[in-house]
Design a binder for this molecule. Structure first.
Ligand code: C2E
Ligand code: MG
Ligand code: MG
Ligand code: MG
Length: 282
């Protein structure tokens, strides 16, 4: 009896696993098609000066995918999938193309966007082509280094460190700011803060969530802010949702704020409207 139960459970488990495999394969195929048909787009989440949250200081470009049948699929779902396959290379190139094209379009329209930060996957750093691809695409669209910033997570530094460091160095030498994303959530060593030419440290939403609630999260946020200061890095707190989180971050000296409290990620047209507003007030 017990043995039979065990076997049934095992069978159920196999089925669930198989089901997941089929779903992932289907999603991967859909993503491949979406990439080929340019169905992915970028949205732009504004970042504000913490001291004066009416001042637009930057923005993060975030991918969006709307599948004709499945509806919107979140990057939290399709990025890890792309990273498991070869699709991430294609996806990474598309993000570079989209962000350069958009910044070029804004500039051509006489708008003056703040630096636009975009996310780069570990595999794209390890591929060894990132810096040259990016610089070429920037030149095509007349985009300069100060108009962009590259974000990467701590995981980027584990494995293939030499290739990665070379890419980081090339981007830095080209004048592109580098930001360490989701700081404190990955496997990494603090020595990266010392050996990498970083411009910015992003405090992850996981810790911002706990501000005013969890002593431990506050301790991590404080330590991150003070280390960033010691290394001369700008700080951005992401996922700020409440006025009390904002107040905490202002009181403890975070430089910039990103979160639904101030703005959601915006479609490019809506971001243009915001730029027009800011241009007329400054
Ligand atoms: P991330 O780089 O840490 O991006 C911040 C995420 O937090 C975004 O989620 C953003 O929409 C969300 N967020 C910002 N403020 C708030 C808030 O106040 N509340 C809540 N609940 N969420 C907030 P999103 O767009 O779903 O992206 C998730 C992750 O997917 C990103 O995390 C990034 O790791 C990855 N990703 C997104 N776009 C790209 C891309 O173009 N390339 C690569 N390689 N990864 C990307
Ligand atoms: Mg990011
Ligand atoms: Mg982040
Ligand atoms: Mg995050």
């Amino acid at each position: 009896r017990a043995k039979e139960d065990g076997r049934n459970r095992l069978r159920l488990y196999d089925l669930a696993l198989h089901q997941r495999f089929l779903e992932e394969t289907a999603l991967e195929e859909a993503l491949r098609r979406a990439l080929d048909n340019n169905e992915l787009r970028l949205v732009y989440q504004p970042q504000f000066d913490a001291k004066d949250p009416t001042r637009l200081a930057g923005a993060e470009a975030l991918l969006r995918w709307q599948d004709p049948e499945k509806g919107p699929i979140s990057p939290g779902q399709f990025i890890p999938l792309a990273e498991k396959s070869d699709l991430i290379t294609k996806l990474g190139r598309q993000v570079v193309a989209l962000v350069c094209e958009q910044v070029g379009t804004w500039r051509a329209a006489g708008l003056n966007p703040p630096p636009i930060s975009f996310n780069v996957s570990p595999k794209d750093f390890r591929g060894g082509q990132l810096a040259s691809d990016l610089l070429r695409t920037m030149a095509q669209h007349g985009v300069t280094a100060s108009q962009l910033q590259v974000e990467f997570t701590e995981g980027t530094l584990t494995g293939g460190a030499d290739v990665v460091l070379k890419q980081v160095q090339e981007l830095h030498e080209a004048g592109i700011d580098l930001a360490i994303d989701d700081f404190g959530t990955g496997y990494s060593s603090l020595i990266n803060l010392k050996r990498l030419p970083l411009a910015e440290l992003k405090i992850d939403k996981a810790f911002v969530d706990g501000l005013g609630k969890s002593e431990h999260d506050e301790a991590i946020a404080l330590a991150s802010l003070s280390m960033a200061r010691a290394f001369g890095l700008r700080t951005v707190a992401e996922g700020v949702e409440t006025p009390s989180q904002l107040a905490w971050l202002q009181a403890h000296g975070s430089d910039r704020i990103q979160g639904f409290l101030l703005a959601r990620p915006l479609e490019a047209e809506d971001f243009s409207a915001l730029l027009l507003d800011f241009d007329s007030t400054t």
